[in-house]
Design a protein around this ligand. Sequence first.
Ligand code: ATP
Length: 259
Amino acid sequence: DNKINRLEVKQDKRRMKSKRKTEEHAAFNGVFDSFTLVNLNKILSKGIINEFVGIISAGKEANVYYALGEEDVPLAVKIYKIDPQNTKWMKNYIIGDPRFKKIGTSTHKIIYTWCKKEFKNLTQMKRHDILVPTPLLSRDNILVMEFIGEENGTPAKRLKDIDELVNPIEEMNYILDQISKMYLNAHLVHGDLSEFNILYFKGKQIIIDVSQAVSIYHINAPVYLQRDIKNVLNYFSKFIDSKHVPDVKAVFEKILKNV
Ligand code: ATP
């Protein structure tokens, strides 16, 4: 009768899910190291991630996946590669940051710190009303965050891929304001801000890729801040008459004057 039927449907669902997971894991074999696989399994078994759907981006440092969480809520899962090549330059953005005193020497440890750093930076930015994906979990080299994009899993475009801006001056001022808030309120400097690391979705600009963001007390913070401002102004100057684009130094000094 109805009861049995429902039970069968439930069992079937579970079986399909477990089959799907096995297939997914087969697809991941050879891609991830055994540590990452163990952790992925733990996160999957806890139900934080229900299903990996597809890959959004394959980069040098990390891959980003589109996944579904509890109640099929869309997620972005960033998995950092355990690659010694990456740790060399990463150290420059970790050493000198008062939040990370002990980082260890192994490739694993440094990458785990890097991942935790991105989680902490996202949390700190979010707390100060900077528009970034909401961080949900970090475990070793795996970061789970809010997915920015369409309900069908299409990720938001990067600012770089947008042909036309409705109101470029407003968009520029918004990002300059985010940089200023990041410095003055969250006490952070992004360090790699450009049209490549800003998503554009439903008329909003969302800042991503914040792993390298440093504390304002980091020795290179002023250099990174100027570089971020320069990149952003460079990008917007393609859409805005130069007389409406401020000078890098003026923006920089205005921020520092408000400390
Ligand atoms: P790259 O090496 O290309 O700079 P990365 O390894 O530093 O990448 P991110 O820049 O954080 O990683 O992410 C890579 C890409 O994945 C982004 O350009 C963006 O298209 C997509 N992406 C990242 N986070 C999200 C998110 N929360 N929602 C939707 N898409 C995202």
